[in-house]
Design a protein around this ligand. Structure first.
Ligand SMILES: Nc1nc2c(ncn2[C@@H]2O[C@H](COP(=O)(O)OP(=O)(O)OP(=O)(O)O)[C@@H](O)[C@H]2O)c(=O)[nH]1
Ligand SMILES: [Mg+2]
Length: 497
C-alpha cells in the first residue's frame, strides 16, 4: 500500500546551511505531498497510542450534586453495576461539604481510576445562598493542584492523579413544577467550570405527561437564565447523529436501583411496586440507558478533553493573568516570560519597598506617640512628687511645733514637779512635827473618842498622801488641792487607814 505524507520543502535546502537557520525556515515553508514507495510502519501510531493509554490506565471524576436522599449513590451503583461505599447523609448539616471517594475499576484490560464526589448536606440549610460555594471551591482546588503540578520545574504529570472534575451530574427533584432557585444559581455558578448534565432523579415518581412538560420547562428555564449545560459533541461524524438526538432529550429522567427483579424469565435491575415494576434499563420506563450510553460509552473521552481544553484552560488563563502573565504587551508584541517575570519582580519589589516605608513611618509615629505619652506621665508624676514633698514638709513643720510645745509643757511640768516635791517635803516635815506633838499630847492626857477620831482622820490624810497611785489626780500637788480626789480615792474609801 502506498501512503502519502506531507514533508516540508525546506528539507531540500542545500548542504552547509546551519541547523538553526533551517528550523526557522521550516516554520514558514509550504508543505508538499509525497507518496511512499512501500510500507513504512507509522500507521501503527494509533495502536501505539491505544496500547500506551491502556497500560497507563484512565481516570474519570464524577461530581454528583443533589439534595440529600435524592438517589445519588443509587444511581452511581446502577451506572457502574457495582456497590460503592454508601454513607447516608443526615439532614442536619450546618453547611455543604464534598466527599470524594476513589476506586480502581477494571473492565476487560482497561483500568479506570474513578473518583465519585458527593455533595453532603446540599439543600438542607434554611439559608441556601452560599450552598454553591463549597462546590465551586472544590472544583477550583482541583484545577489549582493541576496548575501547580504543571508549573513545577520537575513535573510528573504522567503519574499525577488528576482529580479535576470531568462531569457534574446535577440531580433535579421530580417535582413536575419548575427548577428551584437553588438549582438555577448552582448550575449557573458551575457551568463555566465543569461539564454540567442535569438529570431528573427518581423519574418513576412522575407521570409520563408531567415528565414531558417538566423537561420542556427545565430546558426553557435554563436557557432563559443563561445556564450552559454540556452538549454532546456533534463535530465527529461517527457520533454526530446519536449525540444530536440525545441533546434533544436532555435532561435525562433516570431511575436507579441495584435490586434484581424477575421479569419474564430474566432477572433485571428494577424497582418493584405493588402496581408494577420499573425497569432501570427499559428505555420506555426511563432514560437511564441513554445516560449510561452518552456518559460512559460514547462521550467519556470528550468529557475529559472538554475539562482540560475548555474549563481548565479558562482557569489557567485567568490565574496566569492574575499573576501578571500576558501573551502580548500593550503594543501587541509577544511578551516573553522573562520580561513578565522581571516586570512582576520589579512591581513586587516596589510594593515591598512602599510597604516597608509605610511600616517604618507607622513605627516612627507610634514611637513619637509613646514618647509623648511617657513624657506626660513623667510630668504628672513629678507634679505629684512635688505636692507630696510640700505636704511632707508641712507635716514635718507641724510635728516640730508640737514637739516644741510638748518640750515646753514637760519643762513646765518638771518645774512644777520640783516645786511640789519641795512643798511636799516641807509639809511632811510639818506633819511629822504635828504627829510628834499629838503623840506627846496623847501621852499627857486622856482624850475623848471624838478627839481621837479627828486625830485618826488627820493621820489618814497623811498616810493617804504618802500613797500617790490610787488617787485620780496627776500629782500630789493636785491631790492636795483637790479634796474630792482624796475622798474618792480607794485608800480613803477602804477605811483601812
Ligand atoms: N423511587 C425511587 N427511589 C429511589 C431512586 N433512587 C434511589 N431511590 C431511593 O432513595 C433513597 C435514597 O437513595 P440514595 O441513593 O441513598 O440517595 P443519596 O442522594 O445518595 O442520599 P445521601 O447520600 O444520603 O444524600 C433510597 O431509599 C433509594 O432506594 C429512584 O430512582 N426512584
Ligand atoms: Mg449517597
Amino acid at each position: 500500500m502506498i501512503s502519502s505524507v506531507s514533508v516540508p520543502r525546506a528539507s531540500a535546502v542545500g548542504i552547509g546551511v546551519c541547523k538553526t537557520f533551517m528550523l526557522l525556515h521550516l516554520q514558514h515553508e509550504e508543505k508538499r505531498n509525497l507518496t511512499l514507495g512501500g510500507h513504512v510502519g507509522f500507521d501503527s501510531l494509533p495502536d501505539q497510542l491505544v496500547s500506551k493509554s491502556v497500560t497507563q490506565g484512565f481516570c474519570f471524576n464524577i461530581l454528583c450534586v443533589g439534595e440529600t436522599g435524592i438517589g445519588k449513590s443509587t444511581l452511581m451503583n446502577t451506572l457502574f453495576n457495582t456497590t460503592f461505599e454508601n454513607e447516608e447523609a443526615s439532614h442536619y448539616q450546618d453547611g455543604v461539604y464534598l466527599r470524594p471517594r476513589t476506586y480502581d475499576l477494571q473492565e476487560s484490560n482497561v483500568h479506570l481510576k474513578l473518583t465519585i464526589v458527593d455533595t453532603v448536606g446540599f439543600g438542607d440549610q434554611i439559608n441556601k445562598e452560599e450552598s454553591y460555594k463549597p462546590i465551586v471551591d472544590y472544583i477550583d482546588t482541583q484545577f489549582e493542584n493541576y496548575l501547580q503540578e504543571e508549573l513545577k520545574i520537575k513535573r510528573s504529570l504522567y503519574n499525577y492523579h488528576d482529580t479535576r472534575i470531568h462531569i457534574c451530574l446535577y440531580f433535579i427533584a421530580p417535582t413536575g413544577h419548575s427548577l428551584k432557585s437553588l438549582d438555577l444559581v448552582t448550575m449557573k455558578k458551575l457551568d463555566s467550570k465543569v461539564n454540567v448534565i442535569p438529570i431528573i432523579a427518581k423519574a418513576d415518581t412522575i407521570s409520563k405527561s408531567e415528565l414531558h412538560k417538566f423537561k420542556i420547562k427545565i430546558m426553557s428555564e435554563l436557557v432563559s437564565n443563561g445556564v450552559q449545560i454540556y452538549q454532546f459533541p456533534t463535530d465527529d461524524d461517527t457520533v454526530a447523529e446519536i449525540n444530536s438526538s440525545m441533546n434533544a432529550l436532555l435532561p435525562f429522567a433516570v431511575v436507579g436501583s441495584i435490586e434484581e427483579v424477575k421479569v419474564g424469565n430474566k432477572m433485571v435491575r428494577a424497582r418493584q411496586y405493588p402496581w408494577g415494576v420499573v425497569q432501570v434499563e427499559n428505555e420506555s420506563h426511563c432514560d437511564f440507558v441513554k445516560l449510561r450510553e452518552m456518559l460512559l460509552r460514547v462521550n467519556m473521552e470528550d468529557l475529559r478533553e472538554q475539562t482540560h481544553a475548555r474549563h481548565y484552560e479558562l482557569y489557567r488563563r485567568c490565574k496566569l493573568e492574575e499573576m501578571g502573565f500576558k501573551d502580548t504587551d500593550p503594543d501587541s508584541q509577544p511578551f516573553s516570560l522573562q520580561e513578565t517575570y522581571e516586570a512582576k519582580r520589579k512591581e513586587f519589589l516596589g510594593d515591598l519597598q512602599r510597604k516597608e516605608e509605610e511600616m517604618r513611618q507607622m513605627f516612627v509615629n507610634k514611637v513619637k506617640e509613646t514618647e509623648a505619652e511617657l513624657k506626660e506621665k513623667e510630668r504628672e508624676l513629678h507634679e505629684k512628687f512635688e505636692q507630696l514633698k510640700r505636704m511632707h514638709q508641712e507635716e514635718k513643720r507641724k510635728v516640730e511645733e508640737k514637739r516644741r510645745d510638748l518640750e515646753e509643757e514637760m519643762n513646765a511640768f518638771n518645774r512644777k514637779k520640783v516645786a511640789t516635791e519641795t512643798l511636799q517635803a516641807q509639809s511632811l516635815q510639818g506633819l511629822q512635827q504635828s504627829l510628834r506633838k499629838d503623840k506627846d499630847r496623847k501621852n499627857r492626857s486622856v482624850k475623848t473618842e471624838n478627839q481621837s477620831g479627828a486625830a485618826l482622820s488627820s493621820s489618814k490624810v497623811m498616810i493617804a498622801r504618802a500613797s500617790v497611785e490610787p488617787l485620780n489626780c496627776d500629782s500630789w500637788w493636785q491631790a492636795m488641792q483637790c479634796c474630792t480626789c482624796l475622798i474618792q480615792s480607794a485608800v480613803w474609801k477602804k477605811g483601812s487607814l
